[in-house]
Design a protein around this ligand. Structure first.
Ligand code: SD4
Length: 294
């Protein structure tokens, strides 16, 4: 029997995001609208310092955002290295719906957003500016594992019609190089879905997901019959294999969430500390600790 609707998303801020998504899903909304509405809650929240408004800046003090969205017909839209716009996920959706392209970046993405009526805003809050100034004193770039236990928001939903959609949005790795783009706006790395099989999305050090086409691999492994958790675990193992003899391993954390066509869900990550939020009709919105390899 198919469990639907279902929503699953990354980290503590997933709880609030799930609420917004769920509200639409149980009122007959489609998965695409629901995933967008869900992740917008994290983008708009200045207390979430890893997504949208209030996100940690890069090493030049600029907040640069990455996001992508995908629907059940393999339509997708993405923006990367976008500045000054609070809701990159909505710009990504417009790239999907109003252009012949999948991805816009930097100045071009900003120009497109402004043409579509988005407002230019300062996204660097006092709180994130202070954190940046503190970082500048040492200026050592080391990705911190499980920053304050909230991070990129990736969210997947299965609607009443049995259609999947996914969304992923982030300010990326704190203190990254100016111009650095991670996995989150890359279809196949930070997010992927195939409506005949399932959906997957990631959080953690984006370079690892890019090296493995992580989310796309999770979907393909589900196609081969693995459960969502087994599929996530397999890709986490591949990532571990790549990094096991490198100095980067010390700072590496990655996590995947996955949801298949039957409404079964699962997750796997490299290290403890990752959690995700899930809601179904029989499971009230709640946080679950990710299973981990190390
Ligand atoms: C990135 N995956 O830009 C994102 C950010 C993240 O833990 O999830 N960091 O690499």
């Amino acid at each position: 029997e198919i469990i639907k609707p279902v929503v699953i998303s990354t980290w503590n801020h997933g709880l609030v995001a799930n609420e917004a998504t769920w509200e639409l899903l149980v009122n007959g909304g489609n998965a695409l609208d629901a995933v967008e509405a869900g992740v917008k809650t994290a983008e708009a929240n200045p207390e979430v310092q890893t997504v949208g408004l209030g996100g940690f800046p890069d090493r030049e003090g600029k907040v640069t955002l990455d996001a992508c969205i995908m629907d059940h017909n393999n339509n997708c839209g993405s923006v990367a290295f976008l500045q000054h716009i609070k809701h990159p996920i909505s710009v990504a959706r417009m790239v999907m719906e109003k252009t012949p392209h999948v991805m816009l970046v930097g100045e071009g993405a900003l120009q497109f957003a402004l043409e579509q009526g988005f407002k230019k805003e300062n996204l660097l809050t006092e709180k994130s500016k202070k954190a940046y100034e503190a970082w500048l004193e040492n200026s050592q770039y080391k990705p911190t594992i499980n920053i304050e236990n909230h991070d990129t928001i990736s969210l997947l939903a299965l609607d009443e019609n049995g259609n999947l959609s996914g969304a992923c949005t982030t300010s990326g790795a704190a203190w990254k190089m100016h111009g650095r783009v991670g996995d989150s706006p890359i279809i196949g790395a930070g997010l992927f879905l195939d409506n005949e099989v399932g959906a997957a999305a990631a959080t953690g050090m984006g370079e690892a997901m890019m090296k493995t086409a992580g989310s796309a691999m999770v979907v393909e492994l589900m196609r081969q019959g693995k459960s969502p958790e087994e599929a996530c675990k397999e890709v986490v193992k591949r990532i571990y294999k790549i990094y096991q003899n490198t100095p980067d391993l010390e700072w590496l954390q990655v996590g995947f969430i996955a949801l298949n066509k039957n409404g079964e869900y699962g997750s796997y990550c490299l290290r403890p500390g990752f959690n995700y939020a899930v809601q179904t009709k029989s499971l009230k919105n709640q946080l679950i600790d990710g299973k981990y390899l190390l």
